[in-house]
Design a protein around this ligand. Structure first.
Ligand SMILES: *Cc1c(COP(=O)(O)O)cnc(C)c1O
Length: 431
């Protein structure tokens, strides 16, 4: 009789894991308050008091700034939009280079393209998976205008090293903290560690407004440029005697609605509790899973806290005596999906293809058919091999999962651990 579920045995568990349900009666009340007001958005795309949005937007931004101890918070309709207007505000133009990471969600590397900026990939850290300062240094040229650092999976980037490089070369640091909301580095929140920070409020993030994002900065000039790009800059410039620089003052409509802002205000109140629960669950799982030979939980960066968008670990095939993919496939067969996300299956993932492998970079076709903006840079390369650490982690070592989201109980987490242990104990059944 085979024991493993992948071979027809009984799975460790069939009952779905509990849904991550963060929307409740407070959000419902907030949404109804906005509906009753009849004002679903109050933004005006011209130089008018309503240029900055309606009452919920203004309150949401103020509360966000206070929570994260930052001067300016600017609500947008997604983190993707937030990254794009940040690149624009930083003054990136055609042919300028922007250093990016291969291990992130695609929006953190596509944002420069909107302004004709050329994404230049640097490698990542073997244990923390964020941009490696040593690799960044090698990629800097006279054309480097910005770095988009990503606090990937929930861990802040190497702030002291990377900020020092940026300062030395006069480069803007845009921090994509979509996955690291409320993580900290030396007491400061992710998002406030570079020049500009961008959060995501999409459905999959720690807290959400369906779709949405927030850009933060302590720099008043950058903040105002971001507000302009968010809301039809070109139509507003004429009315603004205080702004002279027309560079990148072509606007979009990246505005958040009143209802999203009202819901976001309630979500913000729940954030700390949700992050604490994730940390507790991750610590518990790590204490159990790290007993399995070949599974290693890398330490959190010194001086930093993790907020666990997902929980990563490293898999050593030699020590475990089984291929990573085979092992994880067998674990997944032992477990049920999470309620409300059934279609995604069991959320455990082996690596992530470095983003320079996307057709966009391999074929160097972005805007138009003629290779713009890549043809503005003679040296940029997207060949396999440019980021060996990212490639090795993808091909062999890295695993990450989402089976720690509250309200996972101790019993639920024990089932996860049981599945891993069972597959390890019976690994000879596979191969
Ligand atoms: C989710 C995510 C984004 C995109 O967020 P949206 O709000 O969906 O645009 C960008 N960067 C990272 C790292 C993300 O995880």
């Amino acid at each position: 009789m085979k024991k493993l579920a992948i071979n027809g045995g009984q799975p460790v568990r069939k009952k779905l894991f509990p849904a991550y349900k963060v929307i409740g009666s407070a959000e419902k009340k907030a949404a109804i308050r906005v509906l009753n007001s009849g004002i679903l958005s109050k933004f005006l795309g011209c130089w008018d008091p309503d240029f900055y949005g309606g009452p919920e937007i203004l309150k949401f931004e103020k509360e966000w700034a206070k929570h994260f101890k930052v001067k300016h918070a600017i609500a947008v309709n997604s983190c993707t939009s937030g990254l794009q207007c940040s690149v624009g505000a930083a003054g990136v133009g055609p042919g300028d280079e922007v250093i990016v990471t291969p291990f992130t969600m695609s929006a953190s590397v596509s944002a420069p393209l909107i302004y004709g900026g050329v994404p230049v990939f640097a490698d990542i850290e073997a244990k923390h998976f964020c941009l490696d300062p040593k690799s960044i240094e090698k990629r800097i040229t006279k054309k480097t205008k910005a770095i988009i650092v990503v606090d990937v999976l929930g861990l802040p980037y190497d702030v002291s090293a990377i900020n020092a490089i940026a300062k030395k070369h006069n480069i803007t640091v845009i921090e994509d903290c979509a996955q690291a909301i409320e993580a900290k580095y030396k007491g400061k929140f992710a998002g406030t560690l570079g020049d500009i920070g961008v959060y995501s409020l999409n459905f999959h993030k720690h807290i959400h407004t369906g779709e949405g994002g927030v850009v933060v900065t302590n720099n008043g000039k950058l903040a105002e440029r971001i507000r302009m790009i968010r809301n039809h800059a070109e139509a507003v410039m004429g009315g603004r005697k205080d702004m002279k620089d027309l560079t990148n003052m072509v606007g979009f409509n990246m505005r958040m609605t009143e209802m999203q802002a009202a819901i976001g205000r309630e979500q913000l109140k729940k954030l700390s509790k949700l992050v604490k629960a994730r940390i507790k669950n991750c610590n518990y799982l790590a204490s159990k899973l790290s007993k399995i030979p070949g599974i290693e939980f890398p330490p959190t960066r010194k001086g930093a806290t993790h907020s666990y968008y997902t929980q990563p670990f490293l898999f050593n095939e030699k020590i475990a005596g089984i291929k990573r993919e085979k092992f994880i496939e067998a674990v997944k067969a032992e477990l049920p999906p999470i309620e409300k996300r059934e279609a995604e299956g069991v959320i455990i993932t082996c690596g992530a293809r470095p983003l320079y492998m996307l057709p966009l970079f391999q074929k160097k076709i972005a805007i138009g058919k003629k290779g713009y903006p890549f043809n503005l840079s003679k040296s940029v390369s997207y060949k396999k091999g440019i980021c060996p650490v990212a490639e090795r982690l993808h091909e062999k070592e890295m695993v990450y999962h989402e089976l720690m989201r509250p309200p996972m109980s101790k019993k639920d987490l024990d089932d996860v651990a049981k599945a891993f242990q069972k597959v390890y104990d019976n690994r000879r059944e596979i191969k």
